[in-house]
Design a protein around this ligand. Structure first.
Ligand SMILES: [Zn+2]
Length: 235
């Protein structure tokens, strides 16, 4: 019994020393791998580099998943529109907001997936709706609220975002100009002018890009109107 135990102990010591030797070999391979990037005589280096590559793939995969999750949660639209808007009485925001917050205009692009107007041949999510209108056409606040964003964006051009009741926001993009005296913190009334139609930012022609936002959700501003009525109401 004692002899067997001793043998096992010796075997353990041997295994430990092999493990230690392997560790040093790997460390050595790593050091050589750092100084000589490509070396056919160092299979351990190749194996190690393979492991490192796998690890970075895993990291990249993780980021991919995170990104996917982030964009997914921030881009819910039509499916959630009824769920969100039905939570509020019909005499309150978002139901009381203007569907068409400009003096005149024609609906040219609805909410949801579409092909990018800038020529990118991939289906792109449209976070708002577009009303084509002559440059200079007055744009109105869709409801009572306070301006929370008021700046020039590379893609959205002259951009205004208004916070309304019940956690809703409306946003207005590509405007030709802002209204003098308005800025972040300005309280606006429903129907008050907040800008004029333009083609600033990434835009193919004068139009208003209009968004309705609640939390992370971009909701179709025409959420209540059936597709047939939609066309009739914006003609
Ligand atoms: Zn748009």
């Amino acid at each position: 019994m004692v002899a067997v135990d001793k043998g096992q102990k010796n075997r353990k010591i041997l295994l430990d020393s092999i493990r230690t030797a392997r560790k040093y070999k790997m460390l050595l391979a790593l050091m050589i791998g750092m100084s000589v990037s490509a070396c056919a005589t160092m299979p351990d280096t190749a194996a190690l580099q393979g492991t490192l590559a796998k690890a970075s793939d895993g990291i990249r995969g993780g980021f991919g998943k995170l990104k996917e999750k982030a964009s997914g949660s921030g881009n819910n639209s039509n499916n959630n529109a009824a769920l969100i808007t039905n939570q509020f009485p019909s005499n309150e925001v978002p139901h009381t907001l203007l569907k068409k917050p400009l003096a005149e205009g024609r609906l040219t692009s609805g909410h949801g997936f579409r092909f990018s107007p800038t020529g990118v041949p991939i289906p792109k999510k449209h976070k708002g709706i577009d009303y084509a209108a002559p440059a200079g056409t007055p744009i109105y606040a869709a409801g009572d609220g306070v301006i929370v964003k008021h700046y020039v964006s590379k893609s959205y051009g002259n951009y205004v975002r208004i916070e309304h009741e019940n956690g809703f926001y409306t946003a207005y993009a590509h405007m030709q100009a802002f209204v003098e005296g308005q800025g972040v913190g300005t309280i606006v009334k429903k129907g008050e002018m907040i800008g004029a139609v333009g083609s600033t930012g990434r835009s193919s022609g004068p139009h208003l890009h209009y968004e309705l936002i609640h939390g992370n959700n971009f909701i179709d501003p025409l959420f209540e109107i059936a597709p047939e009525e939609q066309q009739a109401s914006v003609k």
